[in-house]
Design a protein around this ligand. Structure first.
Ligand code: ADP
Length: 299
């Protein structure tokens, strides 16, 4: 199966494109749609799910425009939105039953599927409790189960691990990874760690534009020679802030160890003005967080 996103553009207001000529061909696998708030991720997801209409461009499944597929497209689609506080009076079971009926899943099949999914998302014991009393993480898991009811071939997840504790995050991530063999999964997030282990490719989006589409390793190798670390004195940190791109500060017993992004010469010049004499700027290996900060920085 192939999902082709072709030259999609969408403006809410005149003169500003929330999504700008976005194109990508996707085969089964997990794709991390990574970008800061306001980048256009929700707009893209809403266009893919048919909740919004594009100004121009189209989406095709195996060569057929989704606009011509009608119910057949909806049947292959699963969408996990962000939490909205709807359905608070429904129990988990009622919520899933309701969505199963909206999706036209026959009762018997729905029951099997719901039992299975409640197990998968670890809500079996909470099945008769109301969503309103759920923790953020539990609501998130109920929403994920909802998106999986029809065993969708195209799964669109909006910040699926938001509000989850670390254990739940890992569990959900692993599950997403497990089911990705025959599904196209688009996972939108602004949190790098959500996608770095499971995404086959990263789609980096900013200001409605696709900045890069690459395997995580490819993105990281492009950063080579632009990631550095230096040990500084505590009081020097505030002098550095705002002058260069700091990707991380690690506090050690000898003082902060700062991770900096940029070219060596440029950083040496800044450091020589802000930091004690004899500092040592050491090259470091890039991680996806570095890539993200670097690529979305304001020029
Ligand atoms: P993201 O999901 O990456 O945070 P969005 O797709 O929500 O980004 O937003 C992209 C841009 O479109 C932003 O500038 C946002 O302010 C704008 N936008 C989103 N939805 C609307 C709307 N309903 N009306 C007007 N502007 C919107």
């Amino acid at each position: 199966m192939k999902l082709e996103i072709k030259n999609l553009s969408k403006s809410y207001k005149k003169g500003k494109r929330a999504l700008d000529d976005f194109s990508a061909d996707l085969d089964p696998g997990v794709y991390g749609l990574l970008g800061p708030n306001g980048a256009g991720k929700s707009t893209l997801m809403n266009l893919l799910t048919g909740n919004l209409e594009a100004d121009s461009g189209q989406v095709l499944v195996d060569g057929t425009p989704t606009g011509q597929m009608g119910a057949a497209y909806r049947e292959m689609l699963g969408y996990m939105p962000q939490q909205q506080g709807l359905y608070d009076n429904f129990t988990a079971l009622e919520f899933l039953r309701y969505f199963a009926s909206l999706k036209g899943i026959p009762r018997k099949e729905a029951k099997k599927r719901i039992d299975h999914l409640l197990k998968v998302v670890n809500l079996e014991e909470a099945r008769n409790r109301k969503l309103g009393g759920f923790s953020g993480g539990m609501k998130q898991r109920a929403l994920l189960a909802q998106a999986l009811l029809n065993d969708p071939r195209i799964l669109i997840l909006d910040e699926p691990t938001a509000g989850l504790d670390p254990k739940e995050r890992i569990r959900i991530r692993n599950y997403i990874s497990e089911i990705s063999q025959d599904k196209i999964i688009l996972l939108a997030t602004h949190v790098v760690s959500d996608v770095e282990c499971i995404a086959r490719e990263i789609l980096l989006i900013k200001d409605g534009v696709l900045l890069a589409r690459e395997k995580p390793e490819g993105l990281m190798s492009q950063m080579e020679g632009n990631v550095w670390e230096v040990g500084i004195h505590g009081e020097e940190l505030s002098k550095l802030e705002g002058k260069c791109l700091i990707s991380n500060v690690h506090v050690t017993k000898d003082g902060p160890r700062v991770r900096l992004l940029g070219e060596r010469e440029e950083l040496m010049e800044i450091l020589s003005k802000c930091v004690h004499l004899g500092f040592l700027l050491e090259r470091a290996e890039a991680n996806l967080e570095d890539v993200y900060l670097w690529r979305i920085r304001e020029e």
